[in-house]
Design a protein around this ligand. Structure first.
Ligand SMILES: NC(=O)c1ccc[n+]([C@@H]2O[C@H](COP(=O)([O-])OP(=O)(O)OC[C@H]3O[C@@H](n4cnc5c(N)ncnc54)[C@H](OP(=O)(O)O)[C@@H]3O)[C@@H](O)[C@H]2O)c1
Length: 330
């Protein structure tokens, strides 16, 4: 993470708006150099998404990830499997992809049909290709502070904080939501004794007795509940930095689609008290895709290094064997 040359926040009378699209552009810009170097070595990172069934939300997410790869000239494919696919068949496909050197990252899009165990699917993806960071090995690495890949959305939250000039070190961070994909890994990232972390983290959830008592203490509040506009102005303190991860659809007759997307935070009211705040949409969302690309590049780099090391070991082994042959021939 490099510091911003120009703050990625737009100043206003009230809280600054943290512009996720701009931060995501910046990250993509930084990726280009790494990509060029990889391509010079004959490696173009490739992503494969597996979509089981016809969930419209999943179709859209996978399409957006493919588009994000295309914009960077990275290879991608989506394997569409029928909704009655057996677990055995899905795992067979995942194992084939694990062995394919052109595939550097594998995503098994969730939700999965009931006949497939999410746990089995997550564990089947090779940890080196698990760019979503769902495999228990990668989750564990995040927890002990040496991530191979951090999950894209929590990593995006950290990037937004740091690059908008609101680093978490020493701050009281309250995370609302404890899911495996957002709340828990974000807490693990932010509590590390490390650069861009070092926060004092509180995680609240649906069994928290007094949500507002916690959120009012937050220097940085991250909302990831999926509960539209639950965080009101009286639940935050002056000068809070707010990152709203949630994307909730609420009915809106004025829209052609019949709905609009809002976060967990009452944006306009909370902005009056905030130092900085992310909008929904246009805040965390763009970061998730940008970070996924960054992790795909990282996966390709690591796999290329591993391949080279294996080749070197092979060459050393071969020369050792030759030496033995020569020795015995003498
Ligand atoms: N922008 C992005 O790229 C991105 C990526 C991922 C997710 N999201 C969005 O982020 C939101 C959360 O996603 P998720 O997958 O983490 O959701 P999830 O698995 O449903 O988890 C929601 C968490 O929030 C807690 N919670 C729900 N309502 C609450 C309330 N009223 N008060 C306190 N805690 C409450 C739940 O508590 P319990 O554990 O007690 O049930 C749970 O821990 C969703 O809107 C999702 O669409 C956005």
């Amino acid at each position: 993470m490099s510091p911003l040359r120009v703050p990625a926040a737009v100043s206003s009378m009230t809280g600054d708006i943290i512009d996720g699209r701009r931060v995501a552009d910046e990250i993509r810009g930084e990726l280009r150099g790494r990509l060029d170097r990889l391509r010079a070595r004959g490696v173009n990172p490739g992503l494969t998404a597996i979509l089981v069934g016809d969930n419209p939300g999943s179709q859209l997410y996978v399409k957006m990830k493919g588009k994000a790869c295309e914009e960077m000239g990275m290879a991608h494919q989506t394997l569409e499997m029928p909704k009655d696919t057996s677990q055995e068949e899905l795992l067979r496909v995942v194992h084939e992809l694990n062995a394919d050197p052109k595939v550097h990252g594998i995503l098994v899009q969730q939700p999965l049909p009931l006949q497939i165990s999410v746990d089995a699917a997550v564990r089947a993806v090779h940890p080196m290709k698990d760019v979503d960071c769902f495999h228990p090995e990668n989750v564990g690495l995040v927890l002990i502070g040496s991530p191979r890949f951090a999950p894209a959305t929590p990593a995006g939250v950290v990037e937004l904080l740091v690059r908008s000039g609101n680093p978490p070190a020493g701050k009281d961070v309250v995370i609302a939501g404890r899911s495996n994909i957002v709340g828990k890994p974000l807490a693990a990232l932010l509590m590390q004794k490390a650069k861009n972390a070092n926060a004092t983290v509180t995680v609240v959830h649906s069994a928290t007795r007094d949500l507002a008592a916690h959120t009012r203490r937050a220097d940085i509040l991250v909302a990831a509940m999926g509960a539209p506009r639950t965080i009101r102005a009286d639940m935050v303190k002056d000068g809070v930095v707010v990152i709203d991860v949630a994307t909730n659809r609420i009915p809106d007759a004025s829209k052609k689609s019949g709905y609009r997307t809002v976060g967990d935070v009452d944006f306009e009211a909370v902005r009056e008290k905030a130092r900085a705040i992310t909008p929904v949409p246009g805040g965390v969302g763009p970061l998730t895709n940008a970070l996924l690309l960054a992790h795909l590049v990282r996966a390709a780099q690591k796999q290329a290094m591993q391949k080279q090391a294996t080749r070197l070991e092979g060459a050393e082994g071969a020369s050792g064997a030759d030496g033995a042959t020569e020795g015995s021939a003498r």
